[in-house]
Design a protein around this ligand. Sequence first.
Ligand SMILES: Cc1cc2nc3c(=O)[nH]c(=O)nc-3n(C[C@H](O)[C@H](O)[C@H](O)COP(=O)(O)OP(=O)(O)OC[C@H]3O[C@@H](n4cnc5c(N)ncnc54)[C@H](O)[C@@H]3O)c2cc1C
Length: 294
Amino acid sequence: MNAFDYRSPRSLDEALAVLGEYGEDARVVAGGTALVTMMRQRLVQPSCLVSLRAVQGLDRIETDNGGLRLGALATHREAETSPLVRERIPVLAETFRRVATVRIRHMATVGGALAHADPNQDPPVTLLALGARVEIRGAQGSRELPLAEFFRDYYETALEPGELVTAIKVAPPPPATGAAFLKFLPRTADDYATVAAAAIVTLDPDGIRCREARIALGSVGVTPLRARSAEALLAGEGLSESVLRDAGEAAKTAVDPLSDHRGSAAYKLEMTAVMVGRALTQAWEAARRAAGTR
Ligand SMILES: Cc1cc2nc3c(=O)[nH]c(=O)nc-3n(C[C@H](O)[C@H](O)[C@H](O)COP(=O)(O)OP(=O)(O)OC[C@H]3O[C@@H](n4cnc5c(N)ncnc54)[C@H](O)[C@@H]3O)c2cc1C
């Protein structure tokens, strides 16, 4: 690892000032679970590490207009075990629970999972399906971006130099909504997914037919992505084998997986359809329970 300065600001303003001082030579560190490995491999060689650990209030998990706001420094374990997250948006707590091991979840942070932009990560998939918005702060002030516009490419985000992720915001799901996150793991329980899928289904007032569905996928492209062609087939439909099959086939047109040690591209393509079908079934059944029609 190269030699570097280490700064531990106590406020966001101070952190932004240090980032301004060092420019592109500085790197923010939160949990360090990804960055330290990249530094050891000399993939990045910052001359200054700016730790967010001492920044007051950045780890808060709180309500926000009936929804949730998760501070960037909240750990995966805090998101997984937060009574607020479990009660308001249980699928989000469940998604964080599926990340790696408890040891890693105690270190990795919500903001790190977004800024790192590895398409194999789990939380971005569910957050994308939930229509979450990223809160960003830079020297010029704050801005918010839909998560769908945040991920640009493999390990690339819309963050400008000197900007920080400060939080992620999730609106409350409408009534008669069900959600599911599924991760296919052929190797070990703490691995990254071969394919991950999140589905959110909101039902019509009849409590049976779909009013709106959102489907997001991980590990099958250079960013986590929405399967919009599959979503478009679902409005007005009831849950049936043929609807699930058509949605799964449509989802395959949205993805472009790479072959790796977790499966060939062809296998991941087929698994995309399978996982979309399973996630939709679970989300639909949860929506029917929420609507009282099951
Ligand atoms: C062995 C192992 C297995 C894993 N398995 C999974 C898995 O199955 N699923 C999964 O989802 N994740 C998994 N992870 C975690 C994931 O890959 C990342 O390591 C983690 O999300 C990064 O979070 P962090 O807080 O540690 O970020 P860091 O390592 O501190 O930083 C990562 C990057 O984000 C930047 N950054 C961090 N915070 C901010 C911020 N607030 N604003 C701007 N930039 C910021 C850093 O500068 C750096 O570029 C695994 C990690 C390990 C080590």
